[in-house]
Design a protein around this ligand. Structure first.
Ligand code: MG
Length: 162
């Protein structure tokens, strides 16, 4: 339940070939520390990656636990995609609302995020493919920092598996 199907250091390592190989037609994207850093900046590499993936016909949606509407609206409009606010991951409700928007079966959807305890567990509970990516932050807020040692052990395991 806490293991992702895949781990990448950077989100732009998720290629269209990789997604096709795993029959993934849509991605549910986390926002904070996945698409943007703590200063709400989206790295150009992330922006270009999202544009490229979307251009290849992969459906995208943001599902965020954040309740910051302005920020979510800005980021989603930059990418031209929808968002789900205050999703309460790892609960299933917000993620399943996204599934409705995407109109794909959960077996063809991957959740992409930087946190095991919200993104990965939430996606696993919904029977979706789960991709853990490295956080865009070096240091985390106090309320997520305690989880990092566990996540680092899991990342090592996934890497060694390859
Ligand atoms: Mg996050």
């Amino acid at each position: 339940m806490i293991y992702p199907d895949e781990y990448f250091d950077k989100i732009d390592e998720i290629t269209i070939e990789y997604l096709k190989k795993h029959r993934i037609k849509a991605l549910i994207l986390d926002m904070d520390n996945t698409l943007i850093n703590r200063n709400s900046e989206m790295p150009e590499s992330v922006f270009n990656w999202a544009k490229e993936i979307k251009g290849q016909g992969i459906k995208l949606i943001i599902v965020s636990n954040s309740n910051k509407k302005e920020k979510l609206e800005k980021i989603s409009s930059m990418l031209g995609i929808k968002y789900i606010i205050f999703a309460k991951k790892p609960l299933k409700s917000g993620l399943m609302k996204a599934v409705e928007f995407l109109g794909e079966d959960v077996s063809h959807i991957a959740v992409v995020g930087d946190q095991i305890f919200t993104d990965v567990i939430g996606g696993n509970r919904c029977k979706m493919y789960t991709i853990l990516v490295e956080s865009l932050e070096d240091k985390d807020f106090w309320y997520t920092a305690w989880k990092r040692p566990i996540e680092n052990r899991i990342k090592e395991k996934i890497k060694n598996r390859k």
